[in-house]
Each structure stands twice: as C-alpha cells, then as structure tokens.
Design a protein around this ligand. Structure first.
Ligand SMILES: [Zn+2]
Length: 451
C-alpha cells in the first residue's frame, strides 16, 4: 500500500458526518485516508494540531479580483494571500470589474494570463451573461468557466451591461441546454428609480437615505422574476448576495416545488444592521444594502432551515478615493465591501452566538459553494479522494482587525477595529502549507481550475 507523505491530526477534525479525533492522511495533495487519531506511523511527517480544529478550506464562490484592468482595486497576488490568511483555499472570481470582463473567450484568456503564477490558493472563474453574448457561452464553458453571472440592474461598470427579461429568455434556454448555472444579481431597476424620485430632499450622507434608495421591492420583484424564468426555462438559477427577507417565503416555496434554485448571502448581511451603521460610513455600502436587524435575523433563520444554502464574501473592493469618505455620500460612493480575509471569523463570531457549530460552518462556507461551482468532487469537505485543502483553526481565540494584518490590497473594510472570534492558524492547499501564523510560504501552490 502507498504510504502517505503527510499526516495532519487533531482532536477535532470536521468531516461531513462528525467532529471527532482523527488523522488526515495525505498523498500527492489528495486525502488518501481518514484514520484513527493514533494512526500516525513514526516515519511519516506529522502535523499534530492538538486541540485546534482541522477542517476543509473555505470555498469562496463570490470574489471580485479585478485583474487585469482594475488591479489597483484588487489583484490575484493580494486576493489569494488574503484568502490563504482567511482560511479560503479556493476562490471563484467574478466576471466583472476586470477589463476586459469575462464575457468572451478572448476576455477569459486575458484573465487566465493575468492570474497565472500569482495564486497562493486555487482559483476558478465565472463567466458573464450580457446582452447579445449567448453564442459565447458554450465556448466560455469549454474554456473552463464554472457558470455565468448576470445583472438585472446597472452593474456599476459600463463594460458589463445588465440584461432584461428578453435577454434572459434568449440566454437561459442555452444555459439549460449546456446544463450550466446562472448567477443573478437580483435587483430590478424600477423600484429603485421610483425611490430616487422621493429621496431628492434627503441627505446622501444618511444611511437611511441609502437604504431607502435600494428598497426591498427591488429584490423581491427580481427574485420573483427569476423564479418564474427558472420554472419556464429549467435553467439552474443561483441568487447572489441575497439581502431582503421579505422574499424568503417565495424562495422557500420555489425550493419545495423542486426548482433548480440556490441562494447565497454574505457575512455583512449576517453581521451588521442598518440601525448601527454611522452616517457617512460608505465602507458599509454594498448593493443590495445591509438592512435592518430584524431582516438579519430572518436571514440566519433561512440558513438554518435551508432556504439559503451558503455564505460567500462578495469581496468587492475599490481604491479608497472611490468610497468618497470625505463627503460620505452614500449615493455616489462605490458599492462593494472588502472582507475576503475575514469572512470565516466574522461568520464564526455570529454563528456561535446563535447556537450553530463547526458542521454548519463548513456546510455553508465550504461544501455548498463547492457544489455551486461544480467543484464538489474535489473541494469543500474532508473525504477520501478530495484535495487536501485544510485549515487549522483556533475557534476559541480572538483577534482585532487592524490594518497591519490585512492582506487584501485596499485596507478599507467595515470590519476594521472589530474583535472577531476564530483564528486561522495554518492553511494547506492540496497538502502544501501556504500560510501559518501571519507568515506565507515562498511557494505559490494555487492552480487555476479550468478543467
Ligand atoms: Zn459581487
């Protein structure tokens, strides 16, 4: 029998079935066996994590890397270092904010060229659906994108235009034929345009003004539209960064009906509350917005009952000037929250308070996003045959978010100054240690997952 080349063991190893003492046997970057805790032959290199938690690396299926084209916002080097430091072993890059966007095979080739040789963790890619690119979808899929993202409202950048219902009626049958998945930014323009008319006299510095400018109706109507189109076209639909709790009953009914529909939400919707966001604090701006406390608790309940499947960062940074902190103008500032490195501790901090544990954590942040991206045969769980993407995590330790520890490029984040629970001690990508206690290995073990 072939011997493992590394064993990682602990008193708390998280598998899909249980949290228990075990030893993870790794050979050639793959999990070869899950043995008893004492099953660690002397001659094999051993990492004994003691009582620390050994769990699968997170799969963050919603990250805007922005390279090439807007690398001053974020790039592959900094994003994947932040991922490694945050216990994320696979990230899936969004098709927009980079220039060119990933909406054609040529654009995808430029993206791949920009990412190659820079990645500390594994990286996969979403393509984009924009008006008129239906013919590009099959070649993009053949080139290795994991599925497609679209917007129902202005995306924030002009080179990634949003789609209308009639565009979707063209693209979605093609996606159904290809058995691919459509990720949807679910806000419709009309309620937002109507709200804008009523807010002309309101101060753009007030968080309440911003909140009212992105009303729940916009999300509610968009989700209803996507449920309808999902039912009609049979294309798989995934709602990204869901915020409005009003529409959870509709989503629940659609799931019960058996529609191929999944939903994600993000750490900021599960951590912050509109009532607590200071006026002018535009680093809290994202679309859809962080809503009220009562909304936040309903999102947690929807995770618990399975209406929401997963938690991903929607890491979407920009240069600090675009956040307009001097004027604090919520309506003009760039919408996007930088958080990739802190998703795990932010969620762990909140999740524990609500009585959930490590198995929910790995289900919501590793297994479910891996499945969405079609990576579940090799990512998202500690099981024989899966990649040895492993995080050693100290769930009882705490740390403060200070600029010196932030690895992503632009340090402005709403988590600044917060005390978070759960420290990532070490991160392994396919059996190679990439991060330990603030230090990075010289190696860059990340590969581009285009197959
Ligand atoms: Zn996003």
């Amino acid at each position: 029998m072939n011997k493992p080349d590394l064993i990682i063991r602990s008193r708390r190893v998280v598998t899909p079935e249980t949290v228990a003492p075990a030893s993870v046997h790794i050979r050639g970057g793959i999990i070869a066996a899950l043995g008893e805790w004492h099953d660690a032959p002397e001659q094999i290199p051993l990492v004994d994590a003691g009582d620390a938690v050994v769990m699968p690396g997170l799969v963050d299926a919603h990250v805007h890397v922005n390279e090439p084209g807007r690398t001053d916002w974020e790039g592959f080097t900094t994003a994947t270092r932040a991922a490694a430091a945050g216990g994320v072993t696979t990230l899936v890059d969004m098709p927009l904010n980079s220039i060119p966007p990933t909406t054609t095979p040529d654009g995808f080739a430029e993206k791949i060229a920009a990412a190659r040789g820079k990645c500390a963790v594994d990286v996969a890619f979403w393509g984009g659906v924009i008006p008129g690119n239906t013919r590009e979808l099959e070649p993009l899929l053949n080139a290795g994108v994991r599925g497609f993202k679209c917007f129902l409202i202005h995306s924030g950048v002009d080179e990634f235009p949003h789609v209308t219902e009639s565009n979707l009626r063209e693209a979605m049958p093609e996606l159904a034929r290809l058995n691919s998945v459509l990720l949807v930014h679910a806000e419709l323009p009309e309620p937002i345009e109507n709200a804008a008319k009523e807010l002309k006299q309101s101060s753009p510095k007030d968080y309440q003004t911003f909140l009212k400018s992105r009303p729940r109706a916009s999300e509610n109507e968009a989700v209803a539209l996507m449920i309808r189109l999902c039912r009609e076209t049979k294309a798989r639909v995934h709602i990204v960064h869901h915020s409005s709790s009003d529409v959870l009953p509709l989503l629940e009914a659609a799931r019960r009906e058996g529609l191929p529909l999944t939903v994600e939400t993000c750490p900021h919707y599960l951590t912050f509350a509109a009532e607590e966001i200071p006026d002018g604090a535009t680093h809290f701006k994202c679309c859809p917005p962080v809503r009220e406390r009562e909304n936040r608790e309903k999102l947690w309940a929807a995770l618990a009952d399975g209406t929401i499947d997963m938690i991903v960062s929607d890491h979407s940074p920009c240069t600090p000037n675009l956040k307009l902190l001097e004027t604090g103008d919520f309506l003009e500032a760039w919408g996007g929250i930088a958080a990739l490195q802190f998703s795990l501790p932010a969620i762990w901090t909140q999740l524990q308070r609500r009585g959930f544990g490590l198995r929910e954590l790995t289900r919501w942040m590793s297994a479910a996003p891996a499945k969405l991206a079609g990576l579940d045969k090799r990512k998202g769980r500690l099981a024989i045959g899966c990649d040895a993407d492993i995080v050693i995590f100290q769930p009882e330790n705490e740390f403060k978010v200070v600029p010196e520890i932030i690895e992503f490029k632009n340090k402005l984040t709403p988590y600044a100054g917060m005390d978070l629970r759960g420290v990532v001690e070490a991160t392994y990508v396919r059996g190679t240690k990439v991060y330990e206690n603030g230090e990075f290995s010289a190696e860059l073990p990340g590969v581009l997952l285009t197959k």
